[in-house]
Design a binder for this molecule. Structure first.
Ligand code: KIV
Ligand code: ZN
Length: 387
């Protein structure tokens, strides 16, 4: 029996993520990231867009051959040569998937110049073709959140009838809001015949900073696949960040009782590697994986964390594979943190000695933004030399 609260994680770092201007990765880097995603327990890896270039084709084919557990998916436009090329690349996988899409909103329908009926016919033809090649087909109405509801229901029904097993609902331009994201999934599940036979996916962009909230809202309404990228890498403001949705469902499992297959202790390693190979550094205060996400500098916070870590931490750094100290010394640090830090460095100070070192520590912290262990050791050596 399938677990109705199991949420599939679909990672598109290597496709939508790599579409960020300047984030191009080499062939070897893509293989390495794919292997890490596979080992982390990502259910589906979207490895690239095989018709886009020879390089993309080669990367998708090799990732397909190397993957051990994950489904390997390639993207294809609603055109038969795209779908054939995609199948050529993914067919080497133990578990291949073809993902085909077309823009269904009025703005997107105008681009190929198709009217509603012509587009419906194209969807019927291309999804049927994909399903004749591969028994695992995902279909996306691009810009779904700006598509008329009646038309969206009509085309989703066609895709299901033609054999799509996963229906992805993209918020292509990051336009939706959480309540609307949930209502849209609920509406499709209620109105489209056959909707209960397929998996609904949510694919959010972060233009208004709501991608994580929108994805989780869609899950609460019945979506069971979240499309996301490591560090939220992606065009413009990026995609839903994998680490955010996964940790949100884990930390707030009391109100979001969903599970994933992700080994969260691998999150930090992937985040750092994706930042290196994409050349996109992670902002310091980024949720979960930012440099400061687990650091405490102010005296009140440090004191609290030293007494009971739960005062200011809702998850443990080790949960995401971070095994570094969570206290950073700076001008806001208090005496308790200094004493604890010095003890870690091998200096057990009496009250008077601590008082003296604390004065000199504060003077140093006024001149220097961050105080490293070496600075404290120098301070201690100085203080011993002067006594
Ligand atoms: O954002 C989007 O609409 C996409 C589709 C290709 C799924 O990335
Ligand atoms: Zn996208």
């Amino acid at each position: 029996m399938t677990d109705k609260n199991r949420v599939f994680i679909f990672d598109t770092t290597l496709r939508d993520g790599e579409q960020s201007p300047g984030a191009t990765m080499t062939h070897a880097e893509k293989l390495e990231i794919a292997q890490m995603l596979d080992e982390m327990g990502v259910d589906i890896i979207e490895a690239g867009f095989p018709i886009a270039s020879e390089g993309d084709f080669a990367a998708v084919s090799e990732i397909a051959r190397q993957a051990r557990n994950s489904v390997i998916c390639g993207l294809a436009r609603a055109q038969l040569p795209d779908i054939d090329r995609c199948w050529e690349a993914v067919r080497h996988a133990k578990r291949p998937r073809i993902h085909t899409f077309i823009g269904t909103s009025p703005l997107h329908r105008a681009i190929p110049g198709l009217d509603m009926d012509q587009m419906a016919e194209r969807i019927e033809q291309t999804v049927t073709h994909a399903r004749n090649l591969c028994d695992n087909v995902q279909w996306s109405p691009m810009d779904a959140t700006r598509t008329e509801h009646d038309y969206l229901c009509r085309v989703v029904e066609i895709a299901i009838r033609c054999g799509a097993n996963t229906i992805n609902i993209p918020d292509t331009v990051g336009y939706t809001a959480p309540r609307e994201s949930a209502d849209l999934i609920r509406m499709l599940l209620e109105r489209v015949p056959g909707a209960d036979e397929v998996v609904f996916a949510t694919h959010c962009h972060n233009d208004l900073g709501m991608a994580t909230a929108n994805s989780l809202a869609a899950v609460e309404a019945g979506a069971r696949q979240i499309e996301c990228t490591i560090n939220g890498l992606g065009e413009r403001a990026g995609n839903t960040a994998l680490e955010e949705v996964v940790m949100a469902m884990r930390v707030r499992n009391d109100i979001m009782p969903y599970s994933t297959g992700i080994d969260t202790t691998k999150i930090m390693g992937l985040s750092r590697r994706v930042a290196q190979v994409s050349g996109f550094p992670v902002q310091f205060n980024k949720a979960i994986v930012g440099k400061n996400a687990f650091l405490h500098e102010s005296g009140i916070h440090q004191d609290g964390v030293l007494k009971n870590v739960e005062t200011f931490e809702i998850m443990r750094p080790a949960d995401i594979g971070l095994n570094e100290a969570n206290i950073v010394m700076g001008k806001h640090s208090g005496r308790a943190a200094l004493r604890s830090k010095l003890r870690d460095l091998g200096y057990d100070l009496g009250d008077n000695q601590l008082k003296d070192v604390f004065v000199r520590f504060k003077a140093l912290a006024d001149r220097k933004k961050e105080i490293y262990d070496d600075d404290l050791v120098a301070l201690m050596q100085d203080s011993t030399a002067n006594t």
